[in-house]
Design a protein around this ligand. Structure first.
Ligand SMILES: [Zn+2]
Length: 353
């Protein structure tokens, strides 16, 4: 098969478009002929590597992918555990992959909480991913798409919508009468968060780096727009916009902005986080935590149940992935550069030949 892969960590130049053996599906797995992949910032972090990350080289980036089932590994009763068994898929079915790979056997997977799995993997992070013509994944990870549903829309949805849904709805318990602040207007998780918050009826306050991104955020439902290039101390602007009450919840996947986010919350508010695009380490003032009764709630990805729930809303058209640009698979390096420089609004996808 054709794949874009890398033999050593480094900049975009380490990515090579070349032939690589097609994976063989193991028992319980399905082989998917991919038609579209979507990018995530994680792809670039994995390409660059970090201390302790050990990969079997060459590595193939990519958590998100959609395509058609072309084969199944030998079925095995041992793979059918805890309600996570293979669905009724057939060769030829159009599918999107859930990249949150639980083992299917540990106490958390058996309780349906597979993003807490003790042997957890993310497709494309620690195992080879979707920047390729084929991927072999456990069949339970596949969601069957309607025949007319676009592969790029599906690939663009898989990681970010489940992540945003689990954080906002399941962990964050966001309610229809509440106001949520979203820090950053361009990224995939944040555009998904705007749509999910609006879907349940909440008010959305959006902090963006420039007027163009905020204008786009408005078109997908953001109610109150704050331009941080004009309001560097945006927590004050949030306070003013909410009649000095503060917001009920903040989606902050930047990290280095936590102090502003904590200031923008009402008493008893929650800060929700699923990432750290601004860097992993920063200081917070603990007095805000106890004096304002605040909570910081972290999560990663979602459960198989959440994934199916949010994909049902995607295929029903209730939530619509925002697509930025599509590149051919062989131009993955250019695509990653666009993402890393935050030039996108919504998801960047790869067209797989
Ligand atoms: Zn597990």
């Amino acid at each position: 098969m054709k794949a874009t892969l890398f033999h050593q960590h480094g900049g975009p130049e380490v990515l090579e478009y070349m032939d690589f053996p097609t994976p063989e599906p193991k028992p319980g797995e399905a082989l998917v002929r991919l038609r579209a992949a979507a990018l995530n910032r994680m792809d670039v972090m994995v390409r660059e590597g970090w201390p302790g990350l050990k990969l079997e080289m060459p590595h193939i980036n990519g958590a998100d992918g959609a395509g058609e089932v072309v084969a199944f590994g030998e079925t095995s009763e041992k793979t059918k555990t805890g309600g996570l068994e293979t669905t009724n898929l057939q060769v030829g079915d159009r599918v999107v992959i859930n990249p949150n790979l639980g083992c299917g056997k540990c106490e958390f997977c058996l309780a349906g909480r597979d993003n807490l799995c003790v042997n957890w993997h993310l497709l494309g992070e620690t195992v080879r991913g979707t920047y390729a013509q084929y991927a072999a994944v456990p069949a339970r990870q596949l969601y069957k798409l309607p025949n007319e549903f676009d592969f790029h829309q599906a690939a663009a949805a898989a990681l970010v919508y489940q992540t945003a849904w689990h954080s906002l709805i399941v962990r964050g318990n966001l309610q229809s009468h509440e106001a949520v602040l979203i820090v950053g207007a361009g990224g995939g998780v944040n555009t998904a968060s705007v749509q999910i918050a609006k879907y349940i009826g909440a008010q959305v306050v959006m902090i963006g780096s420039n007027a163009q991104k905020l204008e786009k955020a408005k078109t997908i439902g953001a109610d109150i727009l704050i331009d941080r290039s004009k309001e560097p101390d945006w927590s004050k602007a949030v306070f003013v916009a909410t009649n000095k009450r503060g917001v009920d919840a903040v989606v902050d996947n930047v990290g280095t902005t936590f102090m502003q986010s904590l200031r923008a919350l009402r008493k008893g508010g929650r800060l929700l986080t699923v990432g750290n695009s601004g860097g992993p380490k920063f200081e917070i003032d603990n007095r805000y935590m106890f004096a304002k009764h605040l909570s910081i709630i972290g999560s990663t990805m979602s459960t198989i149940h959440d994934f199916r729930e949010v994909m049902d809303l995607i295929v029903a058209g209730k939530l619509k992935p925002v697509l930025d640009t599509t590149f051919p698979l062989q131009d993955a390096a250019t695509a990653q550069e666009r993402l890393w420089k935050n030039e996108n609004f919504g998801k960047i996808t790869l067209d797989i030949p």
